[in-house]
Design a protein around this ligand. Structure first.
Ligand code: PLP
Length: 402
């Protein structure tokens, strides 16, 4: 099956009772024991039964007992997402941040997580200010630079590499295949945060990633009405551990959010096509504009970065960052927009403007931010699926006013 057919048809076998074509929303918190033979019937001792149960049911993700552990609607989403990523298993969480927290919980004392200097601000916040404050060891490097990455791996003890590509907000791309080879050489797991590209444009598992991570809040759900996160992977032992952590930590995606996300997912590929078609038009206008200093958009990259985009992405995506020249007032630009709101988040049907320095990346100290190019004049635009003419009109009008 091709991508959209999978998005619409995998993960759900039509309900035999009523033939419902669309998966039902299961709100039940609990399930009758014995439905799959999973109850104690007195034939063996309780101790023996517990042992059997461990083997038979704990790693069987289709064994329903309590909805934190497994919920049928969530399970359909988890299976569908796994299929779209070319992976065997999926795990859905209450947010992308919760997915990261579950990954970090894989680490034992003295193990290190390696992540990028321009990772999403919340990734920095959780690793440095929460887990780091409790003793987690981390190293921050520019993961677009294989030499720097290898030097950090050579220091030893790296168990996990967490990489975003394209990065947020400068949209730099990292060669997933190169990083996967490095991860294997040094015995680390490679986790690719695929939020910005989505599985419609980038397939990290096929390029060697061990785990693919998402904030489903963005393109996957795509309608700015659900916060969620997802991990997909194929290794059974790792899945069993993450499944255990998902249940133990309890930050699961609710049934309703699972249902909404599943609905959004069905149009992912169609939406991505329109997001990027609009983004190409806007990037073209911005590059030519006299008040713009620089434009960051994978569709414009040349050289090594351009080659990586061509090699691993089906298209440039719908995110653009740009810098207004210093002599113009960036604040006036933001105020003058009438159609595009100033708001955090991305990947929804509507366009959104973000000012990373004061919003999404505000938790990164200013000196750190400037070092990696996140200046105060930098804007990040999540290009929606509106009519391109209206978006270009709004941006041009606001640029005229600065
Ligand atoms: C690349 C990336 N990863 C993870 C997250 C965190 O996701 P959530 O907001 O769903 O917790 C975000 C949020 O903006 C993000 O942009």
């Amino acid at each position: 099956m091709k991508f959209t057919t999978k998005a619409i048809h995998s993960g759900y076998a039509r309900n035999k009772e009523d033939g419902a074509v669309i998966p039902p929303l299961h709100l039940t918190t609990t399930f009758e024991f014995g439905n799959q033979g999973g109850y104690y019937d007195g034939s063996v001792s309780v101790e023996e039964w517990e042992k059997q149960k461990e083997i038979k049911f704990n790693n069987n993700y289709k064994h329903f007992d309590y909805a934190r552990t497994v919920n049928p609607t969530r399970l359909i989403l988890e299976s569908t997402m796994a299929a779209l990523d070319g992976n065997r298993f999926g795990l859905a969480y209450s947010s992308g941040s919760a997915a990261l927290a579950n990954i970090v919980a894989l680490l034992k004392q003295d193990e290190v997580i390696l992540f990028s200097s321009d990772a999403y601000g919340g990734t920095y916040r959780f690793i440095v200010k929460v887990a780091g404050a409790q003793g987690l060891q981390y190293r921050i490097v520019d993961l677009t630079d294989p030499a720097q990455t290898e030097a950090a791996l050579k220091q030893g003890a790296v168990r996990i590499i967490w990489v975003e590509t394209p990065t947020n907000p400068l949209l730099k791309v990292v060669d997933i295949e190169v990083l996967a080879t490095l991860a294997k050489t040094y015995g680390a797991l490679l986790v690719v945060d695929n939020t910005f590209a989505s599985p419609a444009l980038q397939q990290p598992a096929a390029l060697g990633a061990d785990i693919v991570a998402y904030s489903t809040t963005k393109y996957i759900n795509g309608h700015s009405d659900s916060i969620g996160g997802m991990l997909t992977l194929s290794d059974e032992t790792l899945y069993a551990r993450l499944k255990f952590l998902q249940n133990a930590i309890g930050a699961i995606l609710s049934p309703f959010d699972s249902w909404l996300t599943l609905r959004g997912l069905k149009t992912l590929d169609l939406r991505m096509q329109r997001h990027q078609q609009n983004a190409v038009t806007i990037a073209d206008m911005l590059v030519k504009h006299s008040k713009i200093r620089s434009v960051y958009f994978p569709g414009l990259f040349t050289g090594e970065q351009g080659a990586i985009v061509k090699k691993q992405m089906k298209g440039p995506g719908g995110m653009i960052s740009f810098e207004i020249k210093e002599q113009y007032d960036a604040g006036r630009f933001i105020k003058a927009l009438t159609l595009i709101p100033l708001a955090e988040s991305l990947g929804g049907i509507e366009s959104l403007l973000d000012h990373p320095a004061s919003m999404t990346h505000g938790s990164i100290p200013r000196e750190e931010r400037l070092k990696i190019g996140l200046t105060d004049g930098l804007m990040r635009l999540s290009v929606g699926i509106e009519d391109a003419e209206d978006l270009v009109g709004d941006l041009l009008n606001a640029l005229d006013k600065v």
